[in-house]
Ligand binder design. Sequence first.
Ligand code: RIB
Length: 298
Amino acid sequence: MTRIVVVGSINMDLVTLAPRFAGPGETITGDRFLTIPGGKGANQAVAAARLGAQVAMVGNIGDDAFGQSLYDGLKAEGIDVSHVTKVDGIGSGTASITVAGGENAIVVIPAANGRVTPAQVDAAREVIRGADALLVQLEIPLDAVDATLRIAQEEGVPVILNPAPAQKLPREWLQRVRFITPNQHELAMVLGAPADTDFRELMRQAPCPVVLTRGEDGAWFRDMDDEPRHQPGFKVDAVDSTGAGDTFNAALAVYLGEGLEVAVRKACATAAIAVSRLGAQGGMPRADEVAAFLGSHA
Ligand code: RIB
């Protein structure tokens, strides 16, 4: 069984479904309100577990009711939560999300996620050792991300770095990963390049392999010295794109052993299914659903 470790954020998503986005200073009436477990780290952990991987999560919850429910939710998915720490005196991370017309707008409050430390990641070294892949994002402090890259490298574990929310990153960080998985805007920010640079040129400039997500257009990928290659997206009726990128990253990690091209194709299919359903973790498919979807979209 594929073994995946995820180091990252755990949020409660406070989701408002609305007919459209409210403008500054405007009040509108929405359709529905839901609380759905989220956070880029937890989403990637849950998506990988649903695809059949053995998953361990490293991260923090707060000492509030959300924290207990998020912890129980991860456990119920069969995820190893022995390195999920409850931090006293602070709440759990939250994301206020408005969903309208298949698009979303998100405001994240890191709270306990902002207290993930390098020492905490080091304490999970035994779990990281021997993993087939490690997934990490940028919703936890950068010193913890740095420690994660270093420890994974020391243990010989390939890292998929999902640079979201995006910021400029040191080049030596990028040289320590197996892949980065940005969208075009994120890749420009990571490299400190002008936002209007052609995405294929950005991919060539990156000092590491890149799997670049392009929404409905699917993904482009470039392994070391290759030219960027395209995997077209799968057409579905979009309901909610929240967590689609996280689902994509998890699938990439789970299927990487089958080769990059296959992994990218399966990741596009897995993300397309997620987009056709409501909620980040609400929409993540199981491996048999992905197989059936690919069978009917040959
Ligand atoms: O990637 C989607 C996630 O981003 C949401 O679940 C939300 O919690 C934010 O972290």
